[in-house]
Design a protein around this ligand. Sequence first.
Ligand SMILES: [Zn+2]
Ligand SMILES: [Zn+2]
Length: 260
Amino acid sequence: MRLQLLPSLIGGEGRAQLLSSYLIGERICIDAGSIGFQADLDQQLAVRHIFITHSHSDHVASLPTFLDAHFGVGADSETPVTIYATETTAASLRQDLLNDRHWPDFIRLSDESGKDLMRLQVIEAGTPVQVEGVRITAVPVDHIVETVAYIVEDDSSACAIITDTGPTDEIWQRCHDVAGLTTVVLESAFPSRLQWLADVSKHLTPTTFQTERAKAPHPDQLQLLAVHLKANQYDEIVEELIALSLPGVEVMEPGREYQV
Ligand SMILES: [Zn+2]
Ligand SMILES: [Zn+2]
């Protein structure tokens, strides 16, 4: 599978990980933090399935403009654009984002027009969803709102995308049962000197990144991509991660395509 953390900054340059959107191949995206801000409209329009981890703004900020780009042109497509979220997160998207005040409720407009342009599909944690030849399973993690990680599998390989969370267990237990797991995308939001802030906001630092990594199956054989590094402490977090000398760990570069 091909995996890319989309750039956060308009124009696509820069290493900053301000927003969260992970493109899998061309048609699936995990989170809508930046997909709807990409200058390449064809890239946006190719995406037909968006799986949301949770309702925080850095993970859904560009959902309104993404849906706007699709509304209308979607009429030419055989498959409606589908947004997948747990019941709590789906309710937040309807109440807080697509509420006609913040942005038009495209889901309702799609239903009322009878054109089936886009759907909001509620998913259950632990129940795999099959799309585009890929199996995607939501697993609860431990963040300050209801949040899931996603395990993404095809016939030959698998990866886990774990953002955002504090120390957590269920996703790692699940990873032990995933055949062909090659890659884990894992957050490391704050430097270790701000462990208190990571703890109250339920994020990780390099210190807890390391203890979480130790819960993974065969951690020394995994590709471990660190994400969600706060932009204003980026260098400090990178230095800490490098100092840990953990095999297979690197900071994920926005705009680079990874084989997973
Ligand atoms: Zn969050
Ligand atoms: Zn976040």
